[in-house]
Design a protein. Structure first.
Length: 449
């Protein structure tokens, strides 16, 4: 185990959709994108210790459907791929099948191909590598669950609410002599040549609101460009537990992209400060990965052979459409948020499978949940981890809507009551789903340590 040596490489592909493809993240967009403000990318970091090969892929997408994840993973085996989405709300659809419009199918096919190409290019250019770890704090973001005077929860501003402020940075270096064989130009430093910077931070990609119809990586793209310009190499962003964390600002269409720059540079400065001031070498091997599916029960009991479509009327009401148009709810959903869920009867309740992954990178752990995860849950995963340092990435390898805390279950609100409907679920997730997910992460990490 101690004699294993790390090799690494990075590669990037553009995954920007063509004009007309719908953006997902807001339910009230009534037409496809009108063009591109900034390109979306898939950036692959491949790590290899001679026994295990792990590909971490950072995607400029809101999320990615599990069925599409499986298409990518099948193409890349035996490499273990983790597909981690930035959660930009100005990114494209994440699912299409044989029933979908042709342009949707063509884009998803292109997306799969570009992700596979990025990983394969990195695999073909592996070099000896070493890792450094550093951390700091970011001030972009605020807890968004605001309790109103009548007691109900709204998406607003809650300065007293929980928030994971940590900015975690993993720097990947290759020796100066090895770097000469790299296909990408990188900047030489005393530590070697930086080929990649992993950034883990929790904040929604919602600087741009629903009125924006231009494709954009939101603040994440600005952050990435700044870090790459200052440090060299390619930057991969891993979205943290940001389900209840929004940028601390209000939408203002006249200055929308100025605000994107402000927020992105705010995070970039925290990343740069951490990388320059407190970076220290960390053991990079062994590599390992454990995966699990955690079945999360909804509140709807199994009383028929198929889950009831309880989502149709509430969604129509949100869209200010009359209830008698419920027959058109799926058509509307397929246009604005094409998705294919997995729903099965388990222990008397309709349940959905959330993907949980735990990866070991020497002294570092990376835990991923296939859900928009409340910040409190991500903090619990990290505090309970046996690793020296633990990164947490949500909306990875799929998404089952929001994974809320047991406490917030009683409070309700958009994340608890409404969001599951867009995933075609027959009801809310149960309060115990938090503990089921935490137990799964704990078990996977114990297997690796």
């Amino acid at each position: 185990m101690e004699n294993r040596k790390l090799s690494a490489a990075v590669a990037r592909r553009v995954i920007t959709p063509p004009k007309g493809i719908y953006q997902i993240g807001y339910g009230d967009r009534v037409k496809g994108n009108l063009g591109v403000h900034d390109d979306l990318t898939a950036t692959a970091l491949v790590l290899d210790d001679g026994t295990t090969r792990l590909a971490i892929v950072a995607l400029d997408m809101l999320t990615i459907n599990e069925f599409i994840v499986d298409r990518v993973r099948a193409r890349l085996l035996p490499t273990e791929a983790l597909l981690c989405c930035s959660h930009t709300h100005s990114g494209p659809i994440a699912y299409a099948d044989e029933k979908s419009p042709r342009r949707n199918r063509e884009y998803i096919d292109l997306l799969v191909e570009r992700i596979v190409e990025a990983v394969q290019e990195a695999q073909a250019n592996l070099l000896p590598a070493r890792l450094e770890y550093s951390s700091g704090e970011g001030n972009v973001g605020i807890n968004r669950r605001e309790k109103m005077p009548d007691g109900h929860m709204e998406i607003g501003r809650n300065p007293e609410g929980a928030r994971d402020k940590s900015v975690q940075v993993v720097s990947v270096f290759t020796p100066l002599d090895a770097s000469r064989h790299s296909p990408h130009f990188q900047r030489e430093t005393e530590a070697g040549v930086r080929i990649a910077t992993l950034v883990n931070y929790a904040c929604h990609g919602t600087v741009l609101g629903p009125d924006n119809l231009l494709i954009s990586a939101d603040w994440i793209g600005v952050m990435r460009e700044k870090v790459e310009g200052e440090l060299g190499g390619l930057t991969l962003f891993l979205q943290g537990a940001a389900a209840d964390i929004n940028p601390d600002m209000y939408w203002e269409d006249a200055r929308a992209f100025e605000k994107v720059t402000e927020q992105g540079l705010g995070v970039a400065e925290a990343v740069l400060a951490a990388a320059r001031a407190g970076s220290r070498e960390t053991r990079a091997t062994p590599l390992g990965i454990q995966r699990a599916e955690v079945w999360l029960p909804t509140e709807t009991r199994v009383e028929s052979t198929r889950p009831p479509k309880k989502y149709t009327k509430p969604l129509l009401a949100m869209a200010r459409m009359p209830g008698f148009m419920a027959v058109f709810a799926d058509i509307l959903l397929d246009q604005r948020y094409p998705w294919k869920p997995v729903i099965e009867a388990r222990d008397g309740f309709w349940s959905v499978p959330m993907r949980v992954n735990a990866a070991r990178i020497g002294d570092l752990a990376l835990v991923t949940f296939g859900a928009e995860t409340f910040t409190e849950i991500g903090m619990k995963v990290k505090s309970a981890s046996p690793a020296a340092q633990t990164l947490f990435a949500s909306v990875s390898d799929g998404c089952v809507s929001y994974l809320h805390t047991e406490e917030s279950h009683a409070e309700g609100g958009y994340e608890v009551d409404v969001a599951p409907l867009a995933y075609r679920y027959p009801g809310r997730l149960q309060a115990k789903c938090e503990s089921l997910a935490l137990d799964a992460a704990k078990n996977l990490l114990e297997k690796l340590w």
